[in-house]
Design a protein around this ligand. Structure first.
Ligand code: PGA
Length: 252
């Protein structure tokens, strides 16, 4: 089965509502006929409604960058799946390394968040990836296995392929130090194989993205790899021209 390429821009803590709307107005005419790939913008919570409204009827999907697994409760500062779906948000990024490293996100929490998001009708991008020390110590596969197995543990087998997994080596995020095509292919194939241990069919259906310093000048090579179905992009997603170039690079 051919997997539709997927380019997702992760804005992190960038763009006010006014800046987000200006970006969308700039992007829409540039990618209106880009039906070769799925396109998502993962915006701060505060910009979700504005970006949902300004992209309605277009091919751009809107994702949040985190959510709590409970639907409601005494969790100050958190946002739940029903709060996102009420806004017509399409999906959510879960387990980004910045959330894991800076905000104490655990694999145990992700075990609850991933199925909660799917149950609510949200699409999920689950992020996994090793540190530089883990790669140097030969621990990359052990780390990925742990993150993928834990994150997907409570996902029913027939829904595994609905979870997009983003392989993002931490040493490549925001550093300009992109993984080599060999490293990206090897790790993304390994991630797919981990899903395949539960269901070959779901592993073939599910999309695996690469993330970490993806730019217009390296995107085509990465996106051409057999097990890389798209990219999760930070820095280069903040600029309309660069983001358009990434969407075009997915044409293959
Ligand atoms: P980057 O970020 O493209 O700026 O390296 C990627 C990410 O964190 O998703």
């Amino acid at each position: 089965m051919a997997r539709q390429p997927f380019i997702a821009g992760n804005w992190k803590m960038h763009k006010t509502v006014a800046e987000a709307e200006a970006f969308v107005q700039g992007l829409l005419p540039r990618i209106y006929d880009a039906d070769h790939c799925d396109v998502a913008l993962c915006t701060p919570f505060t910009a979700l409604q504005a970006v949902v409204d300004s992209t309605r009827g277009s091919r751009i999907e809107v994702y949040a960058q985190n959510m709590h697994h409970e639907a409601q409760g005494a969790f100050t500062g958190e946002v739940s799946a029903p709060m996102l779906t009420e806004l017509d948000v399409h999906g959510v990024v879960l387990g980004h390394s910045e959330r894991r490293q800076l905000f104490g996100e655990t694999d145990k929490a992700l075990q609850l968040k991933v199925p909660a998001a799917l149950d609510a009708g949200l699409q999920v991008i689950l992020c996994v990836g090793e540190t530089e020390e883990e790669r140097e110590a030969g621990d990359t596969e052990r780390r990925l296995r742990h993150q993928v197995d834990e994150g997907l543990e409570k996902v029913p087998t027939e829904r595994l392929g609905d979870v997009v997994i983003a392989y993002e080596p931490i040493w490549a995020i925001g550093t300009g130090q992109v993984a080599t095509p060999e490293q990206a292919q090897e790790a993304c194939a390994f991630v797919r194989a981990l899903v395949g241990q539960r269901s070959k069919e779901e592993a073939d259906r599910g999309r695996v993205l690469y993330g970490g310093s993806v730019k217009p000048d390296n995107a085509a090579e990465l996106l051409g790899l057999p097990d890389v179905d798209g990219a999760l992009v930070g820095g280069a997603s903040l600029d309309v021209e660069q983001f358009e170039a990434l969407v075009n690079a997915a044409k293959g």
